[in-house]
Ligand binder design. Structure first.
Ligand SMILES: [Zn+2]
Length: 132
């Protein structure tokens, strides 16, 4: 017995779950296939199969993340890795601190939301020498 071409899918045009006919898979796109609604006859690309775990939990890959360094500047949406905390996070916003330095708000997986200094300029040592 052949597998049925019809299944219940959410139709974006009908705005509800309808009986849809499987039309075909799109090359190069995983877990997505074309389905035609038997009610409105619109064809749409619909998610099929289990979504990747990375999408479900929004897990960040530490190997893909930029190493956090105070002297560096970061972009919103950039994944960064904090070596001291051994934690990976995503830059959610940028701000200026009261003392005029730049900071990033990072949502870390373990630490939660943290503010980190970015674009830190090395301070010239004014009282570094202690002359006897
Ligand atoms: Zn429809």
């Amino acid at each position: 017995m052949a597998r049925t071409k019809y299944s219940e899918r959410p139709c974006a045009y009908c705005n509800k779950s309808t009986r849809m006919e499987f039309v075909g898979e799109m090359e190069g796109i995983q877990n997505k296939a074309w389905f035609r609604c038997t009610r409105c006859h619109h064809t749409s690309l619909i998610d099929v199969g289990p979504p990747a775990a990375s999408l479900v939990h929004g897990k960040l890959d530490a190997t893909q993340a930029t190493l956090y360094q105070p002297g560096q500047s970061f972009k919103v949406g950039e994944a960064i890795f904090h070596t001291e905390w051994n934690d990976v996070g995503k830059v959610v916003s940028k701000m200026k601190t009261s003392d005029g330095s730049q900071a990033i708000i990072v949502s870390f997986e373990k630490q939660g939301q943290r503010r980190l200094i970015e674009n830190l300029k090395p301070e010239p040592s004014t009282n570094g020498t202690t002359a006897e």
